[in-house]
Ligand binder design. Structure first.
Ligand SMILES: [Zn+2]
Length: 387
């Protein structure tokens, strides 16, 4: 493991090279908007706006319609979108509430504007929402608002950092994040809770940086004793995501788990993923990393050969909710594959239950973040600005 002092030095070096591309140091910050795809491949959605609204051509910002108290449907056709019965041939539209109005889509209220991006017979509905409102909208979906306040503060900074990184990475795409588990689960305005909103307000604009640079501040439920080095899982080699020992999550409800899958079911799932492992007769973990996670397994098949598969792929194919982490022991017992494992999630970055117990033990949010993202620093985007 690299000592934290060296990590900080590496972060500082990265910052010297890359800071300018992320931060316009000292300049006034523009409000950051997150573009959240709340519905994809939508043919029809119910929509309403209380108060005044405006429909614009997203390319020219020309007003196409204005009105008050919209209640109707958005319907996508091949060459047009209908909003409340009126046809719009434009490929991209904005529906903007005026004053302090908000939009409801399929009964869920969203702050900010709605962009409608037409495909061929369907549309993507994208909520343009301010960064702070976005963090408030996801936080309660990702953690309990009853958690200790320092843990909430730490999480709001992590969520904001993750979102801002996505905004920077996806500037040329139609949206920055999806509103589901593939990004951060987003519930819109209805998901806001007082303690979380308070935590968000207290950390407003704070993000994590490594060498002055925003990084993808991954998080997961429970690491099971050691967080994962991101470079083992993905093509990301950042000192702040290099993995640390964690003694804090032992009390997590997900610290240890057991699972069993019939061999036939596993073979079927592997086959559907293009991996032929007919009649598994033995399973060996052939490569285990320093955190205890399975990097590779070898499956002996009925024909006598071996099929090698990455631990992360094996987990995903069998089901991330069944095989809760790659930190497992596995045995073949009769016609069942039996797992006993530790932790839940990919294991990179913040261990959420570790953060919970650190806060319970009296650590501050900055202690928590410094622990799980070694060498990182908290900076405020309103001071530094971003490009
Ligand atoms: Zn942990």
């Amino acid at each position: 493991m690299v000592p934290s002092v060296i990590r900080t030095t590496i972060c500082a070096f990265l910052g010297a090279c890359l800071c300018a591309s992320w931060f316009a140091c000292g300049s006034a910050a523009e409000p950051v908007t997150v573009r959240v795809a709340i519905l994809r491949d939508a043919v029809m959605a119910r929509v309403s706006v209380q108060g005044y609204y405006r429909i614009e051509d997203a390319a020219t910002h020309q007003a196409l319609a204005e009105g008050k108290d919209l209640k109707g449907a958005i319907t996508a056709f091949k060459y047009a979108v209908n909003i409340n019965g009126r046809r719009y041939p434009q490929s991209r539209l904005y529906l903007r509430p005026q004053d302090s109005g908000s939009i409801e889509v399929n009964g869920r209220r969203y702050p900010g504007d709605l962009e409608i991006i037409r495909g061929r017979g369907s549309a993507v509905l994208v909520n343009h929402v301010g960064l702070e409102d976005y963090v408030k909208g996801i936080a309660v979906r990702e953690i309990s608002h009853y958690w200790p306040f320092e843990a909430l503060l730490a999480h709001t900074i992590v969520f904001r950092t993750y979102a801002l990184y996505a905004v920077q990475q996806n500037a040329k795409r139609d949206y920055d994040v999806t509103g589901d588990v593939y990004s951060q689960v987003y519930g819109g305005a209805a998901a806001e809770r007082y303690r979380i909103s308070d935590a968000c307000d207290q950390t407003s604009g704070d993000v994590l940086t490594c060498g002055g640079r925003i990084f993808p501040a991954y998080y997961h439920s429970t690491c099971g004793g050691h967080t994962q080095n991101a470079s083992i899982l993905w093509n990301i080699d950042i000192p702040a995501l290099s993995g640390v020992d964690c003694v804090y999550c032992k009390g997590s409800p997900h610290f240890s788990w057991n699972a069993a899958i019939p061999v036939a079911e596993a073979v079927g799932k592997l086959s559907a993923a293009g991996i032929m492992a007919d009649g598994i007769t033995a399973i060996e973990t052939s490569d285990i990393d320093q955190s205890g996670r399975v990097v590779k397994l070898a499956l002996r098949t009925a024909r006598g050969g071996f099929v090698e598969i990455a631990g992360k792929d094996f987990r995903q194919i069998l089901g991330n909710d069944i095989v809760k982490s790659t930190n497992f022991d596995v045995v073949l017992r009769g016609r069942m594959i039996e797992f006993s494992g530790r932790g839940w999630g990919h294991g990179v970055g913040l261990c959420q239950w570790g953060a919970y117990f650190m806060a319970k033990a009296g650590y501050s949010f900055s202690d928590i973040l410094a622990y799980y993202y070694p060498g990182s620093e908290v900076r405020n985007i309103n001071t530094y600005g971003i490009r």
